[in-house]
Write a new protein. Structure first.
Length: 175
């Protein structure tokens, strides 16, 4: 077993594999509305989560992100949501943070510029998904300070698939 950042790795078939898990999937068809947990989501390459606000072009930042691959899907670590809630002495739900996929057991910051798999879908980390003023209005003014460099990852969908909670988040490193 090797360590990659905070990740534990297992050697298999010429790769070192790091696994995390999808613990929740969230979406909404329009901006400003509460994200709902869904049992599964269809990820479409080059577009996003079918039925989500950014897929439909109705998200708060749809116009400024139009045509950019980092508008396709967002991810956030469950561990960071727990850390925020403990620091704020609150109990915000994962959907309150307005990211599509909530993961556990994988450090998303390490995936900027890397390809990885969520279930059968292949994604590529584009950039960190930093907290903004809009999120601060909806969650807490402290979200910008407390979640800086911890609020998730923007990714593009390289190859689509249907995903569900419980699916593996897999990062492969050639050895």
């Amino acid at each position: 077993m090797r360590q990659f950042g905070h990740l534990k790795a297992v050697r298999r078939h010429g790769y070192v594999t790091v696994n995390g898990t999808v613990v929740g999937i969230f979406m909404t068809p329009s901006s400003g509305t509460v994200l709902s947990a869904v049992d599964e989501a269809v990820l479409e390459a080059g577009r996003g989560l079918v039925g989500d606000r950014y897929y439909l072009g109705s998200g708060t930042f749809s116009e400024s992100l139009k045509g950019k691959p980092d508008a396709e899907i967002t991810l956030i670590e469950y561990e960071e949501i727990v850390r925020f809630n403990q620091a704020e002495r609150t109990n915000r739900s994962p959907g309150a943070f307005r990211r599509n996929i909530v993961t556990k057991g994988v450090r998303l910051n390490d995936l900027v510029g890397r390809r990885f798999w969520v279930g059968a879908a292949e994604l590529e980390g584009i950039r960190l998904c930093e907290p903004c003023g809009h999120l601060a209005k909806l969650v807490s003014p402290n979200v910008v300070k407390r979640m800086a460099h911890r609020a998730g990852l923007r990714a593009r969908i390289v190859s689509g698939a249907t995903i569900k909670p419980g699916d593996t988040v897999e990062v492969r490193h050639v050895v």
